[in-house]
Design a protein around this ligand. Structure first.
Ligand code: ZN
Length: 144
């Protein structure tokens, strides 16, 4: 256990004990529920998209700590982004998680803390669940 891993663990534990933007979103224009049957994780992403901006982002769900911490990071980071920037972040994070060794690209923020998960292929699905669910939510036709 080196200092870097300790800091990463702190970040993950902080998101688990104090989830960001967790809860319902009555005015959601886009929402999607994702499941990871391998681990039993469930995450619902709820978005209020106004024009080209993610005005509000929320998540709800149950599952392992990695899946829920990643969803919390997602909801915190994409709120206020443009839709295309949110998509780019999701793609960058997916690419990062699927490469075993690479340094994190700029702009991942707290998501860097999930780097250690790459050593455990089964858990990568847990970390990516919220992000694949986000991309599916963005594909859906908005509720008017
Ligand atoms: Zn999981």
């Amino acid at each position: 256990m080196n200092l870097g891993e300790d800091l990463y663990r702190e970040v993950i534990l902080d998101h688990i004990s104090q989830p960001r933007n967790r809860g319902p979103l009555e005015c959601a224009s886009h929402k999607h529920e994702g499941l990871n049957p391998v681990c039993g994780d469930q995450v619902e992403i709820l978005l209020d998209i106004q024009g080209d901006t993610v005005a509000q982002a929320r998540f709800q769900g149950t599952g392992c700590s990695i899946s829920q911490a990643s969803a919390s990071m997602l909801a915190e980071q994409i709120q206020g982004l443009s839709v295309s920037a949110a998509r780019d972040l999701a793609e960058h994070f997916k690419t990062f998680m699927k490469s075993r060794e690479s340094e994190p690209p700029d702009g991942l923020g707290d998501l860097e803390a999930l780097a250690g998960v790459r050593k455990y292929p089964v858990r990568i699905k847990c970390a990516l669940l919220a992000w694949t669910t986000l991309l599916q939510a963005l594909e859906e036709t908005p509720n008017e």
